[in-house]
Design a protein around this ligand. Structure first.
Ligand code: HXC
Length: 510
């Protein structure tokens, strides 16, 4: 017995060293933590239980049988984040560059299966060089098994990926199918094929950072939902994110203690919307003054900034927020904004997170680049996402709600549950100038008549009242009352019961 225990200690000590002290030092020298150090930051102290520490690869080609390292390049197991169970895997770059072998894949599959069976989120930390080249097709098979599990878990448990080093080849597609992808700035990159292959095939000369760094993926490709300066910051932010997420699609939204009353009006909001309808203002001020303690976790903050998406809490319960941002492109809906918000709305709906929508939208962005880029299909994604969502939907129109964009932004007609408008709301088919130029074209040469037509259009249509007269707006509320009214509406909707007709799945315009 004593010998077995000694052997256990010895084996554990070897496994804990991964690829060895020299490679650990190299990892640190690059400003990166090791896989186990990362898990220690991510999880509650002492909560990590590691599985499969002694698993080794079985490859014998290329003299691989001479180098077997316990753990085989990935640290897996489970632990807690603020007391709530999460399953984890962290690629260990010190072992064969974190590359994926058949056994390495088997370890990930085991925690994926456990997470799904036990209905808890799964978080993967990536720092890896793709398929284990020496294993060939066995590694490819391993990837596909992992992908299949990502697909089956999608919409059942939250899946989060954090890219903390290289993430290339087969390693990119598993994160791409998870709910959220985050990166570490200047230390991580994601691409299907690296700069060398790009140079050979397309003759382009590009660095890893230019091809797939955090900047590219948070601002251009929208692959990543956010980026942080270092490992510790990224991992601490993941703890914050997990606090917002339900454990699964059958679990209730988390309810945390909150300290800010939801009954107190905020008079500063009465002057948020400028008198001049063409002047911008920052919609995040409204979000932060609506959520508990101003705590807002923004998703895709750097991409399609004309729309804001993210999580906050109302009376302690997680709530998704979608808001047009007048500061960027006047808050117009374009293809990118539509895709970004549609994905967020669908995540909320899949996990029963209520959605609050703040509307100030002048319409869809006109132009050939938008139309050629598929604006119709991308805009339809957001329309579809809102229309299929059965979670509580509370909408507040702060200013413009024009044209098709009015319909799309969680309008009453898309089963919006409670639709409020501020007195500054302008709900109409289009702005006054455009409308008058069309319906009074014959008067275009007469500035006086045009001005009179414009004023009469503004008086009649650019207010909340035409919509309110029809019941499209449930009530006109004072801006200062937004938090109290939204909180109360969400309380009313806690037992909402709405089901869509049975179908195998829908056919959202992808
Ligand atoms: C086996 C690998 C490896 C791999 C790295 N290593 N990638 N071993 N298979 N895929 C090993 C290296 O041999 C080295 O071992 C150690 O990991 C560290 O690698 P370095 O190259 O020294 O590190 P660095 O300079 O930081 O470069 C990291 C890297 C580079 C950019 C990730 O290693 C690289 O380009 N690797 C290959 C990437 C790749 O082409 N993967 C296959 C993709 S195909 P020692 O012993 O020297 O420390 C694929 C298909 C799947 O994934 C598709 C499924 C859909």
């Amino acid at each position: 017995m004593k010998e077995v225990i000694e052997e256990l200690h010895r084996r554990r000590a070897v496994a804990m060293l991964g690829g060895g002290q020299k490679r650990i030092e190299a990892q640190h020298a690059r400003g990166k933590l090791t896989a186990r150090e990362r898990l220690a930051v991510l999880l509650d102290e002492g909560s990590f239980e590691e599985f499969d520490m002694f698993v080794e690869h079985r490859c014998t080609d290329f003299s691989m049988d001479e180098t077997r390292i316990p753990g085989d390049g990935v640290v897996t197991g489970w632990g807690t984040i603020n007391g709530r169970t999460v399953f984890v895997f962290a690629k260990d770059f010190t072992v064969f560059g974190g590359s994926l072998s058949e056994t390495h894949a088997g370890k990930i599959m085991k925690v994926q299966d456990m997470a799904l069976r036990n209905r808890a989120p799964i978080i993967g930390l990536y720092d890896a060089g793709g398929a284990r080249i020496q294993e060939g097709v066995a590694a490819l098979g391993g990837y596909a098994e992992v992908f299949q599990r990502n697909i089956l878990a999608s919409g059942v448990i939250p899946q989060i990926s954090v890219i903390m080093g290289p993430c290339a080849g087969g390693d990119v597609y598993s994160p791409a199918m998870t709910d959220f992808v985050f990166m570490v700035r200047e230390r991580s990159y994601m691409f299907v094929t690296g700069p060398d292959v790009v140079r050979t095939v397309t003759n382009e000369s590009v660095t890893a950072e230019e091809l797939g760094g955090a900047r590219v993926h948070t601002t251009r490709s929208s692959i990543a939902d956010g980026a942080y300066d270092d490992d510790v910051d990224a991992l601490l932010q993941m703890r914050r994110l997990v606090d917002f997420l339900p454990a699964s699609n059958t679990a209730p939204v988390p309810e945390l203690a909150h300290h800010q009353s939801s009954a107190v009006p905020d008079p500063s909001l009465d002057t948020l919307v400028p008198d001049n309808a063409n002047k911008p203002y920052d919609i995040t001020e409204l979000i932060e003054k609506t959520v508990d303690e101003g705590d807002f976790f923004e998703i895709q903050a750097e991409f399609a900034r004309n729309i804001v998406t993210g999580f906050g809490r109302m009376e302690g319960r997680t709530t998704g927020f979608v808001a047009n941002q007048p500061l960027v492109l006047a808050g117009v809906l374009d293809s990118d904004a539509s895709r970004k918000a549609a994905r967020f709305v669908r995540f909320c709906d899949a996990f029963s997170i209520p959605i609050v929508t703040f509307v100030d939208v002048p319409g869809f962005l006109p132009g050939t680049s938008q139309e050629y880029g598929g604006l119709i299909k991308h805009g339809a994604k957001l329309l579809f996402a809102y229309g299929e969502a059965t979670v509580p939907k509370v909408t507040v129109i702060t200013r413009k709600a024009f044209g098709g964009a009015y319909d799309v932004m969680a309008s009453k007609h898309l089963r919006g549950d409670i639709n409020y408008a501020w007195p500054s709301a302008q709900i109409a088919v289009m702005g006054a100038k455009g409308a008058v130029e069309i319906i009074h074209r014959k008067d275009l040469g007469d500035p006086n008549r045009i001005e009179a037509h414009t004023r009469s259009y503004e008086d009649r249509f650019l207010s909340p009242f035409v919509a309110a007269e029809r019941g499209y707006v449930d009530e006109v509320i004072m801006p200062r009352d937004t938090r109290p009214r939204v909180a109360r509406a969400l309380r009313l909707l806690r037992n909402k019961d709405l089901q869509n007709p049975w179908k195998k799945h829908d056919n959202i315009p992808l």
